[in-house]
Write a protein that binds this ligand. Structure first.
Ligand SMILES: [Zn+2]
Length: 301
């Protein structure tokens, strides 16, 4: 390589490095001031066998949180997952035979409306509801948000109403029947929906990134939240149940996995975002890591 060629190579390398530095900081730089992430739990589930969520786990039972999240953003307030339908407070048998498998806590103070009050919000203040998937502990309260735009994968909606063989157990149609009015309905008061067949950068600034992650269910999705001070946080819904599952690539029991290979690919994606952006991961159902996080009305910004 001659002198000029070497200089060109050096310059190209330097520009490349600068560009990479600019791109990696861009995500954070673009995250607007005023963003806040609030962590909540809906009705706890359990006790039930840990081995359901972690293949080969010791023969113990545990009680798990059911996390849902609110993100304040200057362009709109977002809720990620909606917990267990609060109808169970008054109707303990709403889940039929599943009631005695999951044993949901029925405390009235865990209802979504009561919890949103802690941060001065009502359901009417939520502009977008993003569904990590539509199982009974994630889409339970989507009916509380008729004015919001509901974001989901088309495959998940199809599975929720007409699941593939072996995958029907954890969908309760009355939780989300009302969404049918919005799909393809041009009337102004119909529920607004965004049906995805892939990823979506919700506001175009990288701060709210929805990633399709088929594994737990046919249309699962995770959400990356990039906050101005805290940095990157991945919200898993059920793409991964426990931190130990993620770190050691352990699957749940087969009854809770639509696609084992897709689930493991999902783990790799989550780990790549976590590790390249020095980020955090908040699991919906991991009792220990859930406890270690701040809960509403405290927040991450
Ligand atoms: Zn699930």
């Amino acid at each position: 390589m001659g002198g000029t060629g070497f200089r060109r190579w050096l310059l190209g390398g330097a520009v490349g490095v600068l560009l990479a530095a600019a791109l990696s900081s861009m995500a954070l730089a673009a995250s607007p001031e005023g963003m806040r992430l609030y962590v909540f739990t809906s009705h706890y589930l359990g006790p039930f066998p840990k081995a359901a969520l972690q293949n080969g786990a010791p023969n113990t039972t545990f009680t798990i949180p059911v996390a849902f999240f609110v993100i304040k953003h200057p362009k709109g307030n977002i809720m990620f997952d909606t917990g267990v339908n609060d109808i169970i407070i008054k109707d303990p048998n709403y889940w039929g035979p599943l009631t005695h498998i999951y044993n949901p806590d029925r405390s009235p103070n865990l209802a979504v409306v009561a919890q949103l009050q802690k941060i001065g919000m009502t359901p009417g203040d939520i502009n977008y509801v993003v569904l990590g998937h539509m199982h009974l502990d994630h889409a339970g309260n989507v009916g509380l948000f008729p004015k919001a735009t509901v974001v989901f994968q088309t495959d998940e909606m199809q599975a929720a109403f007409w699941a593939p063989p072996g995958a029907a157990a954890n969908y309760i149609a009355t939780d989300f029947n009302m969404l049918r009015s919005g799909i393809g309905n041009p009337l102004p008061n119909a529920q607004k929906v965004i049906q995805l067949n892939g990823d979506l950068d919700l506001f175009g600034d990288g701060s709210i990134y929805i990633h399709r992650s088929v594994g737990h269910t046919p249309g699962s999705e995770v959400m990356v939240v990039r906050l101005p001070r805290t940095g990157t946080v991945v919200l898993t819904s059920d793409a991964c149940y426990l931190k130990e599952n993620l770190d050691k690539d352990i699957l749940p029991s087969i009854g809770l996995v639509y696609s084992p290979s897709g689930t493991l690919e999902g783990y790799q994606w989550i780990k790549r975002v976590r590790d390249t952006e020095n980020g955090d991961v908040i699991f919906a159902h991991d009792p220990e890591t859930f406890k270690a996080h701040k809960h509403a009305p405290e927040y991450y910004d």
